[in-house]
Write a protein that binds this ligand. Structure first.
Ligand code: SF4
Length: 375
């Protein structure tokens, strides 16, 4: 399990190592075709800042080689904001006296239909808070079953499950799972996740192993930028990615690193702020480190950044996202988990991507082939 590997890596020593990288380390990393995590650390270190242009060019080259000009489009759907956790940075936390919604089957289908009116989406990400008693595996299985007539590729972003539960959901059409570790800083993890199932660091971080063991086709990893030193968190994620690739090599991987914005409850402000330039540096570094990994940007990022980065490393994007359950259909507005920055319509996003020379793709052919059987 990855928690055993992580236990061998010191957070503080890693941070010191990153900040001790020199321009010579950066140049050495840039000259390599296959990079290790130490090279990655050099590329995200302050020493790499003078090399941003070179990094952008390399990132662009590798992205074009592996993905062509395509940007895979997806849409997230929150089917419930009911949650038993108490993440201090999230408006959906259990102590927030807000109205909780668990969409009924009819409401879920209304959302699917409303999404199809927005654009030709085939990649759907079903998102929930964490309430296994009221919105657990049977509820997710039903939502997947109901989605099948509308979408070709189904992913979930829900509480970490048991391996057999992931397996069960693949029988209902599940193709991919996204999970945010939020932070790999084990010592401070509980500060942000004081109560509920999510407070168990090991259970969460080893969830990715359970996905791999269940044979989930696509695994999305993520950490929230704003909790801890982002360079160290991203290094841990790079270690995690390499570990998973080695152990579950048939799986396809994606990385997410959303920057935290102010939550609806207004209480929590980010501890660290990543500048736009640093976001670009990190994106280039991930692409140079791993030519094949999908790099995903959500609508949390503003339009101008998404448009620019679509030509330089990003390969997956959401559009027209609503983060409140029932948000796509005309249900009364409930509280959003977070505000989106890019509020453009699907057509506007598509237009901007085409203008930038990209080709937005709404169908994930990979997933379609995955369901084919060889005679
Ligand atoms: S981040 Fe997720 S698990 Fe945490 S309180 Fe919000 S909805 Fe619940």
């Amino acid at each position: 399990m990855f928690s055993d590997e992580l236990a061998k890596i010191s957070w503080d020593d890693t941070t010191k190592f990153i900040y001790s990288r020199t321009e010579a380390d950066v140049r050495r990393a840039l000259a390599k075709e296959h990079l290790n995590v130490e090279d990655f650390m050099a590329l995200i270190s302050p020493a790499a800042e003078p090399y941003l242009e070179q990094m952008a060019a390399l990132s662009r080259k590798y992205t074009l080689e592996r993905f062509g000009k395509t940007i895979s489009m997806f849409i997230p759907l929150y089917i419930t904001n009911s949650c038993t956790n108490s993440c201090v940075y999230c408006g959906f936390h259990v102590s927030n006296p807000m109205k909780r919604t668990i969409l009924t089957e009819e409401e879920i289908v209304n959302e699917y239909k409303a999404i199809k009116k927005l654009g030709p989406f085939e990649n759907l990400l079903i998102v929930t808070g964490e309430n296994p008693a009221k919105a657990g595996v049977p509820y997710l299985a039903k939502a997947l079953d109901l989605a099948k007539p509308y979408f070709a590729n189904l992913k979930i972003e829900v509480m970490p499950l048991k391996s057999e539960e992931y397996k069960e959901l693949t029988e209902h059409g599940l193709n991919g799972v996204i999970c945010f570790q939020e932070t790999y800083n084990r010592a401070n993890y509980k500060i942000y996740h004081p109560r509920g199932m999510k407070s168990d660091f090991e259970w969460r971080v080893n969830g990715f192993d359970r996905m791999g063991q269940a044979g989930v086709h696509s695994i999305g990893m993520g950490a929230l930028i704003g909790l801890e030193e982002w360079r160290t968190d991203m290094t841990m994620m790079a270690y995690h990615l390499r570990y998973l690739q080695k152990n579950y090599w048939k799986t396809k991987y994606s990385v997410n690193f959303p920057r935290m914005r102010v939550a609806e409850n207004g209480g929590f402000q980010p501890n660290v702020v990543m500048s736009d330039k640093e976001l670009a540096q990190l994106t280039f570094a991930f692409r140079i480190f791993d030519h094949d990994v999908d790099i995903s940007y959500s609508t949390r990022e503003p339009a101008f950044i998404r448009d620019n980065m679509a030509t330089l490393g990003v390969t997956t994007m959401s559009a027209a996202s609503k983060t409140e359950p029932g948000g796509y259909y005309s249900y009364p507005k409930t509280l959003e988990q977070f505000h989106v920055s890019d509020e453009r319509t699907v057509d506007e996003v598509v237009e901007a991507l085409k203008k930038a020379g990209r080709e937005p793709v709404f169908k994930d052919w990979d997933a379609t082939f995955d369901h084919c059987t060889m005679e």
